[in-house]
Ligand binder design. Structure first.
Ligand code: GLS
Length: 829
């Protein structure tokens, strides 16, 4: 029988002409084929967008080929798999990244040019897949790239939101949110799997029934929704391995048909069915608080239930006993958002597979690991018990049972310390009872990870102190990283070529540690010249973008000073804007001679504010109001410009980051768990101006404090400074800037009043006043370094040379070896 199957497979393979060919001629044929038969345009007349569509389908074919081979190989080798559960993935565009990872970029460029198209122009046709908010979501995307590149047998699971993160539109300086219906023009990067569907159930009641003489709990659900899989192949670089990111979409379940038939109310029942689809409709646009919304809870469970059904089905196909689960499956909780997985897998094992509770719990505790991305305990996710009980009645019982057992065990360990017991309980008592998702994740996970060294310290000493003292061995940190494929190779081709030339190899694209070799050339003047040229090319690209977007012409001689990230009080964009006002004020009061010595600056700020975050929205407006004043002041001219880049997203980042000279990371020390933007700037040879927060602490260790501009209170000083309250000394310059804003120097004085109040002495939680003095000094140091190009370039080279450790390849390898215990599984050619 085996022989017969093999013969059949070989015949099919030869019918298909073997593997797809990647020479430019075959690629041209392939693209034209897709123009005619996929896009359904005539091959004699198609525009850039249609060419992009055909091109992506041709790339997709190649991805699918490798993706199939990877699956078959992993299945055959029975390797232990990692399932990475995340409610957010910020993938951005796929085309350039895919052809680069597949290693056929040049062939495609040639094929297209022979057809009369330019690859770069077509790449611009693609929209961003923005299925996530900010750092956490982009980190997931970088980690998928590394998992594929390092040949790990891994799957990502998430939700296929129809509306990604809102589009930010600025009208008269105010942020407006517009829906991002990103699937408008189709999405060639996904594969709809109409046969991979699962029923997800909600509401209803729990009953006890007798089964073989034992009492069993049975959940009788009240609503059923269907989850349909959409697969997104993720190619590794320099390997055939292509892994899967499976995203779920909600569809109405067929079960409703019967009901419609019975009641006769056909139209209404169709309308009701349609409502099911809303579950996966829209991404929640707040990157921090998700408290108490039913739809959000539905999304979480929908995603968890579909993913676990899929994982358990696959496991059962290949194995006979759940005893093998911990050896074959690692489940990773990317933040607390997927923590309901714990209750769901217990429900599956106990209620459906009829394992005893203790046995099931024993298995479950060996498969989960957890990464928290939060610093402050107040930011941790909670779900009201009433809400959870009505939506998922059986899960609430399970959570109570997990908590009861945990509390019993805890009493044995720590005695009757009721305060501590109540702090550690999974159930928070109070006027509104809540389930504490982080406590649940910690209790059940074998490893709890922070995202930087400093973050782990905070977790141990503050956020999860009680748990750390109970289980110190569970707590680890894996410093975040970003993929050099996306953040250098795709987004900065000139720097990529320069690095490869001077290192004499492209091996750094798979092994970022090799970037350290650039140190050997740090004094070479030829190298310096080429380095300078690369930065200039990228600044030109950025300047062009600024001009098309805002009409503002900026000087390439100016220092491009960038702060791009979500708008948050703790990230202190306000400090940046106050610094700009101060700079403007100084310029205005300077005589002509002194002005000649000033380093011209183009200050660039970008980022989205959560729609309900009033103060953040006021910060955006203030930025525009200040820009309006400064940019129209002919007396100041090119000495100072301020630009707000609207709708900051992954593809805008790819353009902005390579073009920056200086980038700002201003979070009040102790508030940024890690920060990953800084790593992308570092890789692009942009100098950092930063507080000693999050991963910056480790960046300092790698490149030396003399190679960046540091300022601000240290983590250990913050609490004491806050206690000083209104007795804290504030520099006069700060008071003056605050006064200018308050008095309406930039207009809108009533509107800015509440914003000013947040930084008034005694109320200044994020310590802007305190840090302002040292911030201005750090800015002055940056100016001073900028007028010594040799020095600046050296610092820039040393930044890139020290960035290797901040590759997500390093992060993923640490997770694989220390936490997930998975081995690479490299698909043979
Ligand atoms: C975040 C943190 O705020 C960032 O510091 C961190 O770099 C990122 C990835 O670990 O996670 N947490 C969060 O909720 N959003 C983030 O960006």
């Amino acid at each position: 029988e085996l022989g017969e199957r093999r013969a059949k497979a070989e015949r099919m393979f030869s019918l298909m002409d073997g593997f797809l060919k990647n020479d430019p001629l075959s690629l041209q044929k392939d693209i034209l084929h897709h123009v005619e038969y996929t896009v359904a345009r005539s091959r004699f007349s198609f525009d850039d967008f249609e060419a992009y569509q055909a091109l992506s389908h041709s790339v997709r074919d190649r991805l699918i080929e490798r993706w199939h081979d990877t699956h078959i190989y992993v299945k055959r080798t029975k390797s232990k798999r990692l399932y990475f559960l995340s409610l957010e993935f910020l993938m951005g565009r796929s085309l350039s990244n895919s052809v680069i990872n597949l290693g056929i970029q040049d062939q495609y460029a040639e094929a297209l040019s022979q057809l009369g198209f330019e690859f770069e122009v077509l790449a611009e046709q693609e929209g961003d897949a923005a299925l996530g908010n900010g750092g956490l979501a982009r980190l997931s995307a970088c980690q998928m790239d590394s998992l594929a590149t390092l040949d790990y047998p891994a799957w990502g699971y998430g939700l296929r939101y129809e509306y990604g993160l809102f589009r930010q539109v600025i009208v008269d300086g105010f942020q407006h949110e517009q829906p991002d219906y990103w699937l408008n023009f189709g999405n060639p990067w996904e594969i709809e799997r109409i046969h991979v569907t699962y029923e997800v159930k909600f509401y209803g009641t729990v009953e006890e029934v007798d089964m073989n003489g034992e009492r069993h709990k049975v959940w009788i659900p009240g609503e059923t929704v269907e989850a349909v899989a959409y697969d997104n192949p993720i190619p590794g670089y320099g390997t055939r391995n292509t892994i899967n990111l499976r995203l779920w979409a909600a569809k109405p379940s067929n079960q409703f048909d019967l009901e419609a038939y019975n009641t006769g109310d056909y139209i209404n029942s169709v309308v009701n069915r349609q409502r099911a689809e809303t579950i996966s409709n829209v991404l929640y646009p707040d990157d921090r608080s998700h408290q108490g919304k039913e739809l959000r809870l539905k999304q979480q469970y929908f995603f968890v239930s579909a993913s676990l059904q899929d994982i358990v089905r696959r496991f059962k196909e290949e194995h006979n006993s759940f005893d093998e689960l911990p050896d074959k499956v690692a489940l990773h909780l990317n933040d607390t958002h997927p923590s309901l997985s714990i209750a769901e897998i217990m429900r599956i094992l106990v209620d459906e597979e009829h394992l005893g509770w203790n046995k099931a719990w024993d298995i479950v505790c060996k498969i989960f690991s957890f990464t928290t991305h939060t610093v402050v305990a107040g930011g941790l996710e909670k779900i009201p018990v009433d809400l959870l009980g009505s939506l998922l009645p059986r899960h609430l019982q399970i959570l109570y049972e997990i908590n009861f057992n945990f509390m019993e065990e805890l009493k044995k360990r720590i005695g009757l310390d009721y305060n501590r017991l109540s702090r550690m309980s999974i159930v928070e008592e109070g006027a509104v009872k809540n389930i504490r998702m982080a406590n649940l994740a910690i209790v059940c996970s074998h490893t709890v990870n922070g995202v930087s060294k400093l973050h782990l310290d905070t977790l141990k000493t503050r956020t999860f102190k009680d748990f750390y003292e109970l289980w110190p061995e569970k707590f680890q940190y894996k410093t975040n990283g970003v993929t050099q494929r996306r953040w250098i190779v795709v987004s900065n081709p000139s720097l990529c070529a320069l690095i490869s030339k001077w290192l004499g190899t492209e091996a750094w694209i798979r092994n970022a540690d090799l970037l350290a070799g650039l140190r050997d050339h740090v004094d070479n003047t030829d190298f310096h010249q080429e380095w300078k040229m690369v930065k200039k090319v990228n600044k030109m690209r950025l300047a062009e973008y600024i001009e098309t977007m805002s009409g503002l012409k900026v000087s390439l001689d100016a220092m491009f000073d960038v702060q791009v990230k979500r708008i948050h009080e703790y990230k202190r964009q306000l400090l940046n804007i106050f610094g700009i006002i101060h700079r403007y004020d100084c310029l205005k009061n300077m005589d002509k001679n002194d002005r000649r010595k000033v380093v011209p600056r183009v200050c660039i700020i970008g980022g989205k504010a959560a729609p309900g975050y009033e103060i953040a929205k006021k910060i955006i407006k203030l930025c525009h109001a200040v820009a309006e004043k400064i940019n129209n002041d002919t007396d100041i001219g090119d000495l100072l410009k301020l630009v707000f880049i609207p709708d900051y997203n992954v593809s805008v980042a790819e353009l902005v980051i390579p073009g920056a000279d200086l980038s700002q990371h201003l979070s009040t020390a102790g508030h940024e768990a890690s920060g990953t933007g800084s790593m992308k700037f570092l890789m692009n040879g942009c100098l950092l101006l930063a507080t000693t927060d999050g991963s910056t602490v480790e960046i300092i260790e790698e490149i030396g404090s003399e190679n960046l501009f540091l300022f601000g209170a240290k983590v250990h000083e913050v609490a004491e400074l806050r206690e000083k309250g209104s007795t804290l000394k504030i520099p006069l310059q700060f008071a003056r800037v605050l006064r200018m804003v308050r008095d309406g120097y930039f207009g809108y004085e009533d509107y800015f009043k509440s914003l000013c109040d947040t930084v008034e002495v005694g109320n200044d939680f994020y310590l802007l006043g305190h840090d302002f003095g040292s911030y201005v000094e750090a800015q002055a140091a940056a100016d001073k370094a900028f007028v010594e190009p040799e020095k600046w370039i050296k610092m820039s080279i040393l930044s890139v040379a020290g960035s290797g450790i901040f590759s997500s390849d390093r992060t993923i390898q640490e997770y694989a070896e220390r936490t997930w215990k998975i081995d690479p599984c490299r698909c043979p050619l």
